[in-house]
Design a protein around this ligand. Structure first.
Ligand SMILES: Cc1ncc(COP(=O)(O)O)c(C=O)c1O
Length: 463
């Protein structure tokens, strides 16, 4: 067994990070405890209880949890809402289990989170992918046209699951997609993990719940002042049996739900439903001013649907996104992620003007630094759907070995490979590894990017 002489490495890292007082442009949305409601409620650690008398029970909620969910459901405009204290992942797995019960196949937008395919594997759901496009390395949301084409080609599809908005703040044309699916009696589930705040900041018209989706999952902790793992699953309309969803959520979720997480969701929703518009108007003004200052330095921004999600294109400055990300991080400004061309920032009303001033100052000093400009071959990510050689369920169970990426072309992938960003799986078990995919993965690894699914830089392939 491997030994370590590092004592409490996790706590030491967290203490050190706390001392650095970094600016957070990443998840979670509370930005190191800047809860807008903290002055009233104090420290949530004091709320860490179990099912004591009066505390209700998440698995058969009839008291305070049920009442809290009524308020949250009303705020989002759903018909039923349930807490998830294991993140949106638990909600997506529950949806896939529900889909396995209704039978038929599920069409999945290719930019889905890995939990969708994990759910398909766990519950034996046959899936087919709906392709998406890329522009300058940035994935575009699935289009209504692509959904229609995939549905028409499928003989067995009973449900569709799409991601909107995506990691880059781009939203799908939900209204058209949902109208079409309704006309075909096909269920629509929306992974709206990145859009939990839409209901409170003037972007509700883009949301699944406002556009006829049957099930929607929100990851509140990503953009709202909520503890990590705080998420919700909503049901709207009569097409989905919500008692069955509730049962499944209970089976897949923890039996010891975190009251601090649930309480932080309740507080965030109750605060945002009262003051969200105003808070986001303030944020929009700060963001707008800061963007102008950053554009004046020669950077550009992606034009997207979510003004709180900033995608800073550094390529006009001939700079490398990975280098700038590292340099910013050393200066105490931590972005959500980067790629060769872009930096992604998740902002929320918990960020204040001084956070943006520090970012501007740092970008100004970096942009004059020649070491940030060593732009290596910019490889824009653009994943085409590779050839499916073996069914994903069979490929997961097959024997595998590891291959270095430069020898992987032509082999069959043995696991889900997810480069961050864009956080979208580029290869699934059973798919043929193309030379281009292997090259792109090598590039991301060499640049210091993160690729989940690789093992010490090597890729698991089928024997
Ligand atoms: C699109 C999308 N869906 C779902 C998830 C899972 O969310 P959670 O971390 O709340 O489990 C993520 C996480 O990054 C995501 O990006």
């Amino acid at each position: 067994m491997k030994k370590t002489n590092r004592n409490e490495p996790l706590n030491k890292f967290l203490e050190l990070n706390k001392k650095r007082k970094p600016v957070s442009f990443h998840m979670p949305g509370h930005k190191y405890g800047r809860f807008p409601y903290q002055s009233k409620s104090g420290n949530f650690a004091e709320y860490d209880i179990t099912e004591i008398p009066g505390a209700d029970n998440i698995q058969s909620a009839e008291g305070i949890i049920s009442d809290s969910l009524l308020m949250i459901s009303e705020s989002y405009g759903s018909d039923k809402t349930y807490f998830l204290t294991n993140g949106a992942t638990a909600g997506i797995l529950s949806i896939m289990k529900y889909f396995s019960n209704i039978g038929g196949s599920v069409l999945v937008s290719r930019d889905c989170h890995s939990s969708v395919v994990n759910g398909a594997v766990l519950f034996g759901v046959p899936i087919e992918f709906i392709p998406i496009g890329f522009v300058n390395g940035i994935p575009r949301p699935v289009t209504a046209q692509a959904v229609k084409k995939a549905v028409e080609a499928s003989k067995t599809c009973k449900a569709v699951i799409i991601t909107s908005p995506n990691y880059y703040g781009l939203a799908a044309d939900m209204g058209e997609i949902s109208d079409y699916l309704k006309s075909r009696n096909i269920l629509l589930a929306v992974d709206e993990a990145h859009g939990a705040h839409f209901a409170f900041c003037g972007l509700h018209e883009l949301s699944g719940l406002n556009n006829g989706a049957d099930i929607v999952v929100h990851s509140l902790h990503k953009t709202m002042p909520v503890y990590n793992q705080g998420a919700l699953i909503h049901i709207k309309g009569n097409a989905v049996n919500y008692n069955e969803i509730y049962k499944i959520v209970g089976m897949l979720g923890t039996s010891s739900p975190s009251y601090p997480i649930m309480a932080s969701m309740e507080k965030a929703v109750s605060c945002y439903r009262q003051y969200g518009r105003k808070m986001y108007r303030n944020l929009a003004a700060i963001v707008g001013e800061s963007m102008n200052n950053i554009i004046a330095m020669g950077f550009a921004f992606l034009v997207n649907d979510d003004f709180s999600r900033l995608v800073i294109d550094v390529s006009l400055k001939n700079a490398n996104g990975y280098r700038i990300y590292e340099k910013l991080s050393h200066m105490g400004i931590v972005m959500e992620s980067c790629d060769a061309r872009n930096l992604v920032a998740i902002t929320s009303p918990s960020n204040d003007r001084s956070d943006f001033s520090r970012l501007e100052k740092a970008l100004k000093s970096i942009s004059g630094d020649p070491t940030a400009s060593e732009k290596s071959v910019s490889r824009d990510i653009s994943w085409n759907i590779p050839e499916k050689v073996l069914d994903v369920h069979k490929a997961v169970l097959a024997k595998k070995h590891l291959l270095p990426l430069d020898r992987a072309e032509g082999s069959i992938c043995g696991t889900i490979i997810v480069p961050y960003p864009p956080g979208i799986p580029c290869l699934y078990p059973g798919e043929a590894i193309t030379g281009e995919a292997a090259l792109q993965l090598r590039y991301i690894v060499e640049e210091g990017g993160v690729v989940l699914g690789l093992d010490r830089g090597m890729i698991p392939v089928l024997e």
